[in-house]
Design a protein around this ligand. Structure first.
Ligand code: F6P
Length: 345
């Protein structure tokens, strides 16, 4: 009888999840496994909700955005008997092993489950690209292209009206999206969580740019940026089940636009790109990367390499211990930040 294995997608979705599911399912079936997908992240594993993944089910999903399995931010540590129920489901459904696709929160749970005896492998997912131990996560490429397109579009209207646009992009702990999309979109200033950029310095730069009358500016800010002036807002923002601040309650882009307006008197508009950065079809790069990550995860199970995560190293897909991915965050280096800063103005 074929061994049964599972897969789940957890946390914020990322373009490329369906290619991962397709790559995983096809490779696993080729290796003689039966495959099921748990629904809505850890929730499906806790509750025992799943669907069968057949070659027919995955044959047309590579080009689709989102995840056919659904996702959630359910944290088993916060659910009553969360881990116990997961082990019950695995036993009841006779699951030999499974793959968890997610960012640091999801992979942290995967690591813990592996330590408790479950046969788990990981796939690095997050549009934020802030996972250590892999050169790039899938979803990031699609999101920076969407963000760059947004900058290009804002530029034409900013130019027509001689306005400043503040564009808030995703990036909770790290500024990869803001930095790369901002540089590619030729933004006039980019502000990221890793490095301080005082409001006074930004306003000085903008005032200088707007000395003439027929000018405009684009300022890109990562959602995770917190200015010292926002202390009170941060305290009131609230936290999700993994203890992350709910950034949608902070609205750093709007805060920044208001501050610029007040300090410079210049015309400013704030735009938050939000979940558009995660929606729609994955880029070719993310489809290719997702398929390879999925196939690697299935191979890791086939060869019994549990507790490991598929990892991009240069152009190769290798594997690393999951704990290496969650030990620390991949943040923007000072060198890159200084390069970006040298193009401001
Ligand atoms: O973790 C990826 C991410 O897209 C972050 O950039 C963002 O802060 C968060 O998810 C948004 O979460 P939610 O989908 O729960 O609003």
């Amino acid at each position: 009888m074929a061994k049964k294995i599972g897969i789940l997608t957890s946390g914020g979705d990322a373009p490329g999840l369906n290619p991962v599911i397709a790559g995983y399912t096809k490779t696993a079936i080729k290796n003689g496994f039966e495959v099921i997908g748990f629904l809505d992240g850890w929730k499906g594993l806790i509750e025992g909700y799943y669907e069968n993944l057949t070659l027919d089910r995955v044959k047309e999903i590579v080009q689709e955005g989102g995840t056919i399995l659904g996702s959630s931010r359910t944290n088993p540590r916060k659910e009553e008997k969360g881990f116990e129920r997961i082990f019950e489901t695995l036993k009841k459904l006779d699951i030999y092993a499974f793959a968890a696709c997610g960012g640091d929160d999801t992979l942290g749970v995967a690591k813990e489950l592996n330590e408790k005896g479950a046969n788990v492998v990981g796939v690095p997912k997050t549009i934020d690209n802030d996972l250590e131990a892999t050169d790039q996560t899938f979803g990031f490429d699609t999101s920076i292209n969407i963000a760059m397109d947004a900058i290009d579009r804002l530029r034409t209207t900013a130019r027509s009206h001689h306005r400043i646009f503040v564009l808030e992009l995703m990036g909770r702990h790290s500024g990869w999206i803001a930095l790369e999309a901002g540089m590619a979109g030729n933004a006039n200033a980019i502000i990221i969580p890793e490095f301080d950029y005082p409001l006074a310095e930004l306003c000085k730069l903008l005032k200088k740019r707007h000395e003439g009358t027929r000018t405009y500016s684009i300022v890109v800010v990562a959602e995770g940026v917190s200015f010292p002036e926002m202390k009170e807002k941060v305290e009131k923002a609230g936290k999700d089940s993994f203890g992350n601040i709910i950034l949608a309650n902070l609205k750093v882009g709007e805060f920044l636009a208001d501050e610029i307006k007040e300090r410079t008197g210049l015309p400013v508009r704030a735009v938050t790109l939000g979940h558009i950065q995660r929606g729609g079809p994955p880029s070719a790069y993310d489809r290719f990367l997702g398929l390879r990550y999925g196939a690697k995860a299935a191979e890791l199970i086939h060869t019994g390499k549990f507790g490991r995560m598929a990892s991009l190293q240069g152009t190769n897909i290798a594997d690393v211990p999951i704990e290496k991915a969650v030990a620390k965050r991949k943040i923007v280096s000072k060198e890159l930040w200084l390069l970006a800063k040298s193009f401001f103005g």
